[in-house]
Design a protein around this ligand. Structure first.
Ligand SMILES: *Cc1c(COP(=O)(O)O)cnc(C)c1O
Ligand code: SF4
Length: 326
């Protein structure tokens, strides 16, 4: 029997027209929605959809997920693999770009399809650490004693079952030089019911220090259910950080960025990175220029204590860390 979060996930909206009806939106405001959906499929949980305001085609949460005709055309510098993930594979699905930390692509699945996603065109089938490829990846980690941190990413690693996660985490914890487990997940924001007692007990019982990096772009995403989920993670001794992507027309104002940081902090989450958009094919309409972003951060710094200012970064393939821009 599947647990309730799995049922909830299965009941996500996957037909964009159904979402438009649910939100009382006029389909003529969204030409080519079906065509854009056929290029990168549409998906959103009912929990997240419930935080989108009705009858507002410009809602900042809606704009993150609604397929638009803009996705069908993008300039040539918008690439299928903008950040060189494929070249960074150590074994299939195990990426290393930076020293002393590696990233495991656990799954290609997510609970939401963010239209700006840098992995929207990623060939997941050849690049996830499935059961059959697990041994190869774990051997690579255990033979390199410089690796102190393993990042579980995807897709969203928390779409996997508790059993799959527990097996993977236990295997990592048995490698003596691995000290930290980092989880990159949008689940606490997209499907807060995923943060179950069973998941918490896995996180609480590992010897590894656990860092959970959530992904919220806008304060409107952070409702009471999200707050409760974050609170449960904190009680389970997870360190909570947020990464966001700076998105045109969605969160590119001083007001939204300062409110986001303050609201995250009120829920126990420290702002970590604010990413400039990775230039993935089909995402050019979300792009904010670097100069604009840098000016925005100057204004944000005036208003917030330093610890609430996320680091503005850009990812350049082949560089030894995410490039700081301020
Ligand atoms: C972004 C990223 C990381 C994490 O970088 P930090 O600066 O440590 O947050 C690690 N590995 C890969 C492959 C990445 O893309
Ligand atoms: S949750 Fe993350 S990996 Fe999944 S579609 Fe959104 S940005 Fe991409």
């Amino acid at each position: 029997m599947s647990s309730s979060w799995q049922t909830e996930l299965a009941e996500s909206f996957t037909d964009p027209q159904e979402l438009l009806r649910f939100l009382q939106l006029d389909p003529t405001d969204f030409p080519d929605i079906n065509l854009a959906h056929s290029v990168f499929s549409f998906k959103v949980t009912r929990s997240y959809a419930g935080r989108i305001s009705k009858s507002n085609p410009h809602d900042p949460l809606l704009r993150q997920i609604v397929p638009l005709s803009d996705e069908l055309y993008s300039p040539a510098e918008f690439l299928v693999d903008p950040v060189g993930d494929i070249a960074a594979s150590v074994t299939p699905g195990l990426l290393q770009k930076y020293q002393r930390r590696v990233l495991m692509v656990m799954t290609g699945a997510c609970a939401i399809h963010c239209r700006y996603c840098f992995r929207r065109n990623f060939p997941y089938s050849e690049n996830i650490i499935s059961k059959s490829r697990e041994e190869e990846a774990l051997t690579a980690i255990s033979t390199d004693s410089d690796i102190h941190e393993v990042i579980l990413s995807g897709g969203d690693p928390w779409v996997l079952s508790d059993e799959q996660l527990a097996n993977r985490i236990n295997a990592l914890a048995s490698i003596p030089h691995v000290q930290r487990l980092r989880i990159h997940t949008r689940m606490p924001v997209i499907l807060p019911s995923r943060i179950t007692p069973a998941l918490l007990s896995i996180l609480e019982s590992t010897r590894l220090k656990v860092v959970v990096v959530i992904h919220a772009n806008h304060p409107q995403e952070l409702d009471h259910d999200v707050e409760q989920a974050l609170n449960r993670l904190r009680i389970a001794r997870c360190h909570l950080l947020n990464q966001a992507v700076l998105l045109k027309g969605i969160n590119d104002t001083v007001e939204i960025q300062t409110t986001l940081s303050e609201k995250l902090f009120s829920m126990g989450v420290m702002p970590y990175y604010l990413h400039l958009l990775d230039k993935a094919k089909g995402t050019s309409h979300f792009e904010v220029t670097q100069a604009y972003a840098q000016n925005l951060m100057i204004e944000v710094r005036r208003l917030l204590p330093g610890y609430l200012v996320p680091r503005l970064v850009r990812e350049d393939s082949g560089y030894p860390y995410k490039t700081p821009l301020d």
